[in-house]
Design a protein around this ligand. Structure first.
Ligand code: ZN
Length: 142
């Protein structure tokens, strides 16, 4: 273990490792030395989502403008309004994901990343790999 990496966090490192009684389970749970990689992964995902939200916002404004264009016929305006609604829903989903990633980055900064927000157990690595922003273990999320 590279304790020299972050001497100020030794307490939280112990905290993270404490419940690992089964050595076989060690590999399946978060290792403190891997935190920088998790941060990079989360930041990459955050950037991707942000770009998506930006694209969707532009598309939404285009559709909303077309829906309000008095020069186009009612059918075209109706279709544009529906398109704007669909884009709006997708934007909400991506904004929520963005907020989830931000919350995960906060947990990472405060030594709570990889711990279930409800029961405090370690979140399985497989689950975190699939969804690094996961705030709950599989049991609590079910
Ligand atoms: Zn849990």
């Amino acid at each position: 273990m590279r304790t020299t990496l972050m001497p100020a966090n030794v307490g939280s490192v112990r905290e993270l490792r404490r419940p690992e009684r089964d050595p076989a389970a060690e590999g399946r749970h978060l290792h403190p030395a891997a935190l920088p990689q998790w941060r990079a992964l989360l930041e990459f995902g955050w950037q991707e989502r942000l770009e998506r939200v930006t694209q969707l916002s532009l598309a939404f404004h285009e559709a909303a403008e077309a829906a309000a264009d008095p020069a186009s016929d009612p059918d075209a305006r109706h279709a544009a309004r529906q398109r704007a609604n669909r884009i709006g829903h997708r934007t909400v989903i991506h904004r929520r994901a963005l907020a989830d990633i931000e919350a995960a980055l906060t947990r990472l900064a405060t030594g709570r990343f990889g711990r279930c927000e409800q029961c405090g157990d370690a979140i399985a690595i497989g689950r975190l790999t699939e969804m690094p922003q996961a705030a709950y273990c599989a049991e609590c999320a079910a």
